[in-house]
Design a protein. Structure first.
Length: 319
């Protein structure tokens, strides 16, 4: 079966005068049409770099693909011309960025920035694009009459909602949401998550949800991929992975969540700090922080193995 998106052994490095940062180190991931996948892990794990790689938006010349490929419906995105990528980017594959202050252009009104997308990809006329833009703005609780206002006139949370409206402008096949609710209050978060759910059901849109919030993943996603050190170390159905976490890192992430019932114990804290992509450890990248570490973990890198039909893990404890 042909996947909507297939990432195959993707390796990405960032080269500067001071150091080489190995951001992605053999990422493998598939996303099918209409499927929702959560991508979780600590800051610096490689989640956003994975998303930017899919859109061919790595900063140049520092960002470099050193190995692997990304296929969209069987066609390599890495071999496509910039013209073809422009037709896909924002249309077939769209992204809601984490920081709306940098993703919105300060010299254009927020309405004009959304309308540009509609005119470019949906071929709407100027009046039609303006009307549809106002509808999208109101859908995320921004008054349509603020079409001509500029990003500086909005709060951080309102700018984030404008970014979400732009991401929903086209009938996209894959929506990448990079921490889309971080700057929003609880009530608006709930509205946005409901919007994403409705979009999936109505348009059969695939969703890649990048987040630190495991609650959002359990609510919105069918599958979850856990990242560490630029690798996916555990993958499977959300219910399976959350109920039976197999990798010590996943166990630590879930153990750090507060519980609403039962005794009030201290929250678990994963020892140490996230692996430095400029100086990655040998063997399993998580071994310096792992209480189950063995000599094999220090020397060799574990391969992803199949625990059952719905669960995969890269850990020597299960080999």
């Amino acid at each position: 079966m042909e996947h909507l998106i297939e990432i195959k052994n993707l390796n990405v490095e960032f080269h500067t005068e001071r150091a080489v940062t190995k951001a992605l180190n053999g990422v493998n991931l598939t996303i099918d049409a209409g499927e929702s996948v959560g991508l979780v892990g600590e800051s610096g794990a490689g989640k956003t770099t994975t998303a930017l790689s899919m859109l061919q938006m790595l900063p140049k010349p520092a960002g470099r693909f050193t190995d692997g490929d990304i296929l969209y419906k069987g066609n390599s995105l890495m071999k496509m011309s910039e013209r073809k990528m422009t037709d896909i980017r924002g249309n077939k594959i769209s992204m809601i960025f984490q920081n709306p202050l940098t993703s919105l252009n300060p010299v254009f009104s927020v309405g004009e920035q959304i309308a540009m997308v509609l005119r470019r990809h949906r071929k709407l006329g100027k009046k039609e694009a303006m009307k549809e833009t106002q509808r999208l703005m109101e859908m995320v609780s921004i008054p349509g009459e603020r079409f001509n206002d500029y990003p500086v006139q909005f709060s951080g949370g309102m700018r984030q909602r404008i970014g979400i409206a732009a991401g929903l402008a086209c009938n996209t096949e894959l929506l990448i949401a990079d921490e889309p609710t971080t700057a929003l209050d609880v009530t608006i978060q709930a509205q946005v998550l409901m919007l994403l759910k409705e979009l999936q059901k109505k348009e059969n849109t695939a969703l890649l949800m990048i987040t630190h919030n495991l609650g959002i993943v359990s609510e919105l996603c069918e599958k979850v991929a856990v990242m560490y050190g630029g690798q996916i170390i555990e993958y499977g159905l959300v219910q399976e992975v959350f109920a039976n976490p197999a990798h010590p890192y996943t166990v630590g992430l879930l153990g750090s969540l507060p519980k609403l019932t039962g005794p009030r114990d201290e929250l678990y804290s994963i020892p140490g700090t996230v692996a430095n992509p400029q100086h990655l450890p040998s063997g399993c990248y998580f071994h310096p922080r792992c209480e189950h570490c063995t000599q094999e973990c220090e020397k060799n890198s574990p391969k992803m193995i199949k625990l059952n039909e719905n669960h995969y893990v890269a850990c020597f404890r299960h080999m």
